[in-house]
Design a protein. Sequence first.
Length: 227
Amino acid sequence: MKRSVIDNAIDWAIEACDRMHVALPGFARWTPEQWEEKKDSTAYMRKVAMGWDVTDYNSGDFDKVGCVLFTIRNGEQDKPETGRVYCEKFLIMKAGQLLPCHFHYFKSEDIINRAGGTLRVYLWNSTPEFDGYKKDLKGDVHVMIDGQPVTVEAGGYVDIKPGDSIYLTPFIYHSFCAVEEDGDLIVGEVSRCNDDANDNHFNPYVDFQKIEEDAPMRHMLCGGYQQ
């Protein structure tokens, strides 16, 4: 992605949160210069990758396939039973935007519709590792919707309305989108400690590309704090 597209996407995400009355913490609006000034006091934040991330999942079409993510709080995945053992994120999505199919090896998560339109979640089980972690195209998927058990056929979906949530465990493939006719969407995620570099398994595989630096950086990304 181009740096200019990334920065414009974060501008839009901040505006969307303001418009839908979802408050962001103060550090969401720090400039790169402020991050540098606070380098000594933000070592933990940088270590656990708190802050903005933006991706089009190498689709080349961010408005259709992509997401703006903001990690509000996180712990260290290699120390799951000490300190902060959880993560909280916002995923800010444009109407019609899709997040590709993936599962997590480690973390369980609640995916919550915080504000806006309808979150549509598509579901599959994964086959075992010896079978290549393929999508199971036949087996029913068992999830929890706000604490109640729900069974979904392979490749089926559930619609999550504002305030509602779905609980997902490791090795459940999921893809979700902001239903286009219902508008922009702010999704919350509450999970075990998050490690996007090692705990996401995409199907099909996503090759994340380097940023094309076509403009000066206006927003720091969580992947850029230690660059």
